[in-house]
Design a protein around this ligand. Structure first.
Ligand SMILES: *Cc1c(COP(=O)(O)O)cnc(C)c1O
Length: 414
């Protein structure tokens, strides 16, 4: 049991309204929304003074170690609508050997690969699907590079909601199989994720699918926000100096930034903030280009390519929110080449026994690059996000065999 079923309808919830992230215009809570009237992402707002009175660090400490422990800061109003697969808190693992090797830096990996469906997309989709269930939504659709589609499929099937997922044609087989097995309809599309997004928008207009695309749905960000809540709690209600986040659509980065503001408003942390580092691949780095140009928006990146498929997002609707969070805290955006990502994956697996996903490996490569160019110092505590288990990705073949009928040269094996 991961949450208290007895806390049914009478438990207080604190959502007051939704707010356009660009104009601040209010939109009613408890109604189905996609983008704001201005065509921008909507952010959920809470009665934080009420939360402050209702929630203490002590009370929180006694709750089960899962995402629902933060229920006062989450949008789901009724326990009966929670569609859970066991969203356990994820560990913070120190990379001690590599920290030493690099000169003494404190490196912590938040290992999100432990979540249902093997990626942190579960945090966002458990919230989106629970809200969809509350609203009686019947059919959810989304474009996905793999992990989001898998999480949507799993939670939607569990909730009895139909789901349809469109993936770029070169999405790894394992992702497509997982999505299909978990009950969604899934299609390979000859295009990138934003091309898939256009099909979802058309289907929404023509047959009434609910568009579950990144940031076109207001609740995924609330689920992803729990990464920031969890991290601060795990660090004894403090924040690290710097967070390296593999940035695609940016839901997690924006969500964590929102989490820290809410934690300050309820008195759990002070005004201190981590520097947020948006990590992208050199073959798809629209945020890095915009950051370096001092721009507020990030135009589409043409011919996007990277082995880190989760961050192959040529254009993000929340670009201005990503760039704002990065700049407000004095962070930066950085691109790393695929070769560095592959080498980082290899190094961390070999030295620390932790098989990162390529996106997670990109954060380690970016950390090393930032240490080398002085943007991060060895005295700082850095948190790297590993957003999925490395086992969800195509792995290099291993063809060594041993013939048990021949003499074995144990000396060579010793
Ligand atoms: C989706 C995804 C990302 C990017 O996350 P956003 O919050 O959408 O930027 C990074 N890594 C993995 C493994 C992903 O699946």
């Amino acid at each position: 049991m991961n949450y208290d079923e007895n806390l049914t309808t009478e438990r207080p919830t604190f959502v007051t309204h939704l707010e356009c992230a660009a104009t601040g215009e209010r939109h009613a809570a408890d109604a189905v929304h996609n983008l704001s009237r201005a065509g921008k992402p909507l952010l959920v707002r809470y009665d934080l003074a009420g939360v402050k009175k209702a929630l203490s660090k002590q009370a929180l400490a006694e709750r089960p170690p899962d995402l629902w422990r933060y229920r006062e800061l989450l949008p789901v109003r009724r326990v009966k609508n929670i569609v859970s697969l066991g969203e356990a808190m994820t560990p913070l693992l120190a990379l001690r050997k590599l920290g030493k090797k690099l000169g003494g830096g404190d490196i912590l990996v938040k290992d999100e690969g432990r979540l249902p469906t093997g990626s942190f997309k579960a945090r966002g989709l458990v919230m989106a699907v629970s809200m969809a269930k509350a609203f009686g939504i019947k059919h959810m659709a989304m474009p996905s590079n793999g992990n989001a589609g898998a999480a949507l499929a799993a939670y939607a099937s569990r909730a009895g909601i139909r789901s349809t997922v469109f993936c770029p044609e070169d999405t790894p087989e394992v992702n497509l199989s997982e999505i299909a097995l978990q009950g969604a309809r899934v299609y390979r599309v000859n295009g990138l994720i934003d091309d898939c997004g256009k099909i979802v928008a058309e289907g929404k207009a023509k047959v009434g699918w609910f568009d579950t695309s990144t940031l076109k749905e207001p609740y995924r960000i609330e689920g992803k926000k729990t990464m920031g809540l969890e991290l601060a709690e795990q660090l004894g209600w403090s924040v690290p100096d710097v967070i390296f986040y593999p940035t695609g659509g940016g839901t997690g980065l924006i969500g964590m930034w929102k989490a820290f503001a809410e934690l300050e408003a309820i008195g759990f942390i002070g005004p201190e903030r981590p520097r947020m580092v948006a990590v992208q691949a050199s073959g798809c780095a629209p945020m890095v280009r915009a950051y370096e140009a001092g721009a507020e928006h990030a135009p589409r990146w043409e011919d996007a390519y990277t082995i880190a498929s989760g961050i192959r997002v040529p254009q993000a609707i929340g670009d201005f929110l990503i760039l704002r969070a990065v700049r407000e805290g004095g962070g930066f955006a950085i691109a790393v080449p695929d070769e560095a990502i592959a080498a980082a994956l290899d190094e961390v697996a070999r030295e620390e026994g932790l098989l990162l996903c390529p996106e997670g490996a990109a954060t380690y490569a970016a950390y090393k690059q930032s240490l080398a160019d002085g943007r991060v110092s060895r005295s700082e505590c850095a948190v790297l996000f590993n957003c999925a288990t490395g086992l969800k990705y195509p792995l290099p073949p291993m063809r060594q065999t041993l013939d048990r009928h021949q003499p074995i040269d144990f000396a060579a094996l010793s």
